[in-house]
Ligand binder design. Sequence first.
Ligand SMILES: Nc1ncnc2c1ncn2[C@@H]1O[C@H](COP(=O)(O)OP(=O)(O)OP(=O)(O)O)[C@@H](O)[C@H]1O
Ligand SMILES: [Mg+2]
Length: 255
Amino acid sequence: MSAIASVLDLVKNYYMEEVVVPALRGVSLDFEEGDFIALMGPSGSGKSTLLNLLGCLDRSTSGQYYIGDEDVSQMDDDQLSEIRSRYIGFIFQSYNLLPQYTVVENIEIPLLYQGCRLNEQTQERCIALAEMVGLGDRIDHRPTQLSGGQQQRVAIARSLVNDPHIILADEPTGNLDTQTSDEIMRLLRKLNDQGKTIIMVTHENDIAAWARRAVRMRDGRIESDVRNDARPARAAIPAPPTLAPSDAVAITRPQ
Ligand SMILES: Nc1ncnc2c1ncn2[C@@H]1O[C@H](COP(=O)(O)OP(=O)(O)OP(=O)(O)O)[C@@H](O)[C@H]1O
Ligand SMILES: [Mg+2]
């Protein structure tokens, strides 16, 4: 695997009037293409700060950030939003769906931000994504008419609409019960098996167990970084009931 993204000595300070809050104190990491990384660590250790920087939602105080060969840390706001829409999909703990829009319209939103004209083709793509996450029979529902797990499925479909290289997820199962969390993790795992690079923040060991690599942070630094050899083989995981059998076919990739 080759590095799809890397950060080098990344520092992030938040400045609040007289007080400087050092959120990242020099983080260096390589993210391999096709990997599935769980970012763990205590509250306040800098996980969301790092994820926001990786997602080009914020700028570091110092240090470098490369996506492929591009030095993202030197880019202006327009270039950053271009990178965001070209390379990155986001999934949040609280789904962040727009309540007035339907499932399909919510999935379309990143295309609108990208300045894309919506037409029959884009709509078909969004319906296909809704079907892929098991919501083919809910495309005209609004978020309040869906369960938490279904709302997170919409958010996952929305994160895929730009065909991103990297999916960033901040506690994607944080609001969900155990069974629903497992369904969401199976879906993320399936995307990873299809080649998507996923970087996911979680507090929970059993959620992190779905990832290929666990990076622990403490006080704005990397505390440990281990590969998860115990991750169950794909064949051992039953396909979620909403996925078509053809979707559940194992895809073998080099580790
Ligand atoms: N916008 C902000 N302004 C000032 N300080 C901030 C801001 N965002 C985060 N911090 C501080 O930076 C540090 C890291 O915060 P961060 O949100 O990255 O932690 P986290 O590891 O995601 O925690 P949690 O598990 O609670 O979500 C904390 O001390 C936090 O108080
Ligand atoms: Mg956080």
